[in-house]
Design a protein around this ligand. Sequence first.
Ligand SMILES: [Ca+2]
Ligand SMILES: [Ca+2]
Length: 311
Amino acid sequence: MRWFARVVAVVVILLASSAASAWEVTLAWDYDYIGNPSVTGFYLYYRRPALLEPVYGQHMIDVGNNLMFLVAGMQYGLKYCFVATAHTADVPPEESGYSNEICVRPSPKATMTNPIAGTTVAGIQLVQVAVTDPDDVEGTQDVTFEINTTGKWIAMIWNAGSQRYEATWNTTGYVGQSVALTAIAVDPAGFVSDPTSTTVTVDNRLHIGNLDRSASLGNPYWMATVRIQVHDSLHIPVPNASVSGSWTNMNSGSSACITDGTGWCTVSAQIHKKFASTTFKVTNISGSYQASANHDPDGESNGTAITVSKP
Ligand SMILES: [Ca+2]
Ligand SMILES: [Ca+2]
């Protein structure tokens, strides 16, 4: 029976919702009545509009004589709508009309996929966040990330190619630090994801990744040339790094250079023909120089000093 004279209103409110994969909501309600009530319990009904359930009646939960209920195990991504009724202990029970309707939608889920937690990063780092939000169009969420707990949230841009929200992070201000990145996603309806966090170590120390040598004849001076490549801690070539060093036996020339877009720069020196060789030694890279990491993949030097012979 869809009528119960003494209950005139059941009001449902949403207390909390979860973004967990099997999401859940807590609903609460109250009722009013006319006359002497004999309400002994409540029924909760739900419908899922996306599954073509336009009216109530298909799904009923007997929530007993409680004014609050946790609905668990809801299918993630689906909008659910609820109403409640009050009923008597009669057999069959008399039941009130439906309460107000309340509809809930799942919050988006955000997962930081890059950088990988526990890794070491350097230079310009790509930050990527995957968002799961089945009831909204991809790319319509508002995703931001925070570097440590500064309260400054940086906007991320949807990339349809990678299927990620992305931003670049210039790590050069965080040398040697452990840094926590946190992101959140807000869907078009204003539902907010749980935060997703990743902690990485920033290491922007620079070292020499290659020294190459060449020489050309001249009289009375021959010319020694050394090409220098600078790496960051991940062995990625570093542009705009200032390298300085010294030559032995130099008459004139250059002993400092700034790397180009591929991380290379060149120094050269005039050496009098009375010297059979010269050695160029790197003494510094501006910024944070880690000389112990210097190397040369060709084996012609140790990455710090290289000897050029007269041709
Ligand atoms: Ca949504
Ligand atoms: Ca080399």
